[in-house]
Design a protein around this ligand. Structure first.
Ligand SMILES: C[S@@+](CC[C@H](N)C(=O)[O-])C[C@H]1O[C@@H](n2cnc3c(N)ncnc32)[C@H](O)[C@@H]1O
Length: 189
């Protein structure tokens, strides 16, 4: 803006709290699409390991399939069925500066819903800070993530390393817990 510092300061003070009219995004569609099936869905999944949805995958209050998720609570009844928490700082990773990190639960849900084969490869061509890849790794699936922003790729890689570290830590604490239990059982004997 073409004005001296004093004028800018006055304008800023006068417009304190007023922003450009960008209303918060409160609706985000997720498109589910697939190639045309070969013959029936059944023959398609037998041949290509793809095409069916897993009806055992639930969300909210044991619902399948849910067409709506919400990340803001609305009321008890609706929340019980549709609420998915916003990603916490811990979930995003401490150094994650990406502006639109998806909730891990949504990515896990979508992968579990349609990735039938244990060798399935989850491809996210706009992986950002890596939530889809993190979800795939947690679920033991292969993944490929692509992003045009190198900084985001680094964040995604870091989050993926954190998953690896957490897995190892959990494994060790699991072993320690079992050892403790075993020692207790020995003492009882
Ligand atoms: C909505 S964000 C993805 C956020 C991600 N799901 C997460 O949880 O962090 C979309 C991403 O697409 C990336 N992007 C935009 N145009 C792209 C392009 N042409 N090729 C690759 N990545 C692109 C952006 O850098 C951005 O990180």
């Amino acid at each position: 803006m073409d004005a001296d510092e004093e004028t800018k300061k006055k304008i800023r003070a006068n417009l304190n709290g007023w922003k450009t009219p960008q209303i918060k995004s409160c609706f985000e569609p997720i498109a589910m699409a697939q190639k045309p099936v070969e013959h029936t869905y059944l023959s398609n999944i037998i041949k290509h390991n793809m095409g069916l949805f897993n009806t055992k995958v639930k969300i909210g209050n044991n619902m399948y399939p849910s067409n709506v998720f919400t990340v803001d609570s609305i009321n008890g009844l609706i929340d019980k069925t549709f609420l998915i928490s916003k990603p916490t700082k811990k979930e995003k990773g401490e150094h994650n500066i990406h502006k639109t990190v998806k909730p891990l639960a949504i990515c896990e849900y979508l992968i579990r819903l349609c990735a039938f084969s244990k060798d399935a490869v989850i491809l996210d061509p706009f992986v950002g800070s890596g939530t889809t890849a993190v979800a795939a790794k947690i679920l033991g699936k292969n993944y490929i993530g692509i992003d045009s922003n190198k900084e985001y790729v680094k964040i995604a890689e870091r989050r993926l390393r954190d998953v690896e570290r957490d897995k190892k830590e959990n494994l060790f604490s699991d072993i320690e817990q079992r050892q403790e239990k075993f020692q207790l059982e020995l003492q009882v004997v």
